[in-house]
Design a protein around this ligand. Structure first.
Ligand SMILES: NC(=O)c1ccc[n+]([C@@H]2O[C@H](COP(=O)([O-])OP(=O)(O)OC[C@H]3O[C@@H](n4cnc5c(N)ncnc54)[C@H](OP(=O)(O)O)[C@@H]3O)[C@@H](O)[C@H]2O)c1
Length: 255
């Protein structure tokens, strides 16, 4: 096999939500494969920690403030990070979660989740692909969805609906943007310990969930390294509109 298949040297990758959790891991993996990484989020202190870790490992990264829900913020962040240039690889990872049941959730909370988890990925990808199309360059978009985009868990309505929509948005993006040489795929993680997931994982329901994972453990960040590298590299050139589930078997339709 070609040993350059997963090499990202010369590529610029932008990771939203890159200051913490899975996003920080994705940024470190892509930098480790040779990409120059732009990590984006609202808390620049967290982004600086990711940049320091990447640089300490010999990689190249910059921190760029961005609110994915704001069209202006997205446009300004691209201009600040790459000028008139392109982002070759986009990882739409930023996301938020809200727990209320469908009867209890208020409209502001519902909108907040959809803005971050659905409108945000569209805004950030639109800017990336407009620039790629104009430059005549190919690219990669990876949307971080969730097993909750297809499986049903009570009390996750706004979040699950946003992730289901993100999975379908992935299909439409893949279809519309193939002509520009841009592939669009998604990853559906199961459960991983992060700021977003820990409150649930430490609850009685979260602890009970562990017993329902066929592999009987939470995911570890390194479990996602192969999937992100595949979808961001030449190795996935003929994949678009696909979803890779990385969940220890949690979403299997077991009987
Ligand atoms: N952990 C899991 O078990 C799990 C499972 C399935 C899917 N996921 C998905 O994985 C992704 C990463 O989540 P995580 O678990 O790693 O949690 P996390 O550590 O809380 O990361 C979420 C990141 O999103 C950023 N973010 C939120 N709203 C934003 C906005 N408006 N603009 C820019 N950045 C924003 C946050 O940074 P700032 O607050 O600094 O902006 C934060 O760094 C999410 O899409 C999540 O749905 C996680």
């Amino acid at each position: 096999m070609e040993n350059t298949l997963f090499d990202l040297t010369g590529k610029t990758a932008l990771v939203t939500g890159g200051g913490t959790g899975l996003g920080r891991h994705f940024a470190e993996v892509l930098a480790g494969a040779g990409a120059r990484v732009v990590v984006c989020a609202r808390r620049v202190d967290k982004l600086a920690e990711t940049v320091a870790a990447i640089e300490a490992a010999g990689g190249t990264a910059i921190a760029q403030a961005m609110d994915v829900t704001s069209e202006d913020s997205v446009r300004e962040a691209y201009a600040a990070a790459v000028g008139d240039g392109v982002v070759d690889i986009l990882v739409n990872n930023a996301g938020v979660v809200a727990k209320p049941s469908l009867l209890d959730v208020d409209v502001e909370t519902w909108d907040w989740v959809q803005e971050a988890n659905l409108k945000g990925p569209w805004l950030v990808a639109r800017e990336a692909v407009r620039r790629l199309a104009e430059a005549g360059k190919p690219g990669r978009v990876v949307n971080i969805a969730s097993v909750l985009g297809t499986a049903v868990q009570k009390g996750t309505g706004p979040y699950s609906a946003s992730k289901a929509a993100l999975l379908h948005l992935t299909h439409i993006m893949a279809s519309e943007w193939a002509r520009y040489g841009v592939t669009v795929n998604s990853i559906a993680p199961g459960y991983y310990s992060t700021d977003l997931a820990d409150e649930f994982l430490e609850s009685p329901r979260g602890k009970a969930l562990l017993a329902r994972i066929p592999q009987r453990r939470l995911g570890e960040y390194r479990d996602l390294s192969g999937a992100i590298l595949l979808l961001c590299s030449d190795a996935s050139a003929y994949m678009t509109g696909s979803c890779i589930t990385v969940d220890g078997g949690l979403a299997l339709p077991l009987i």
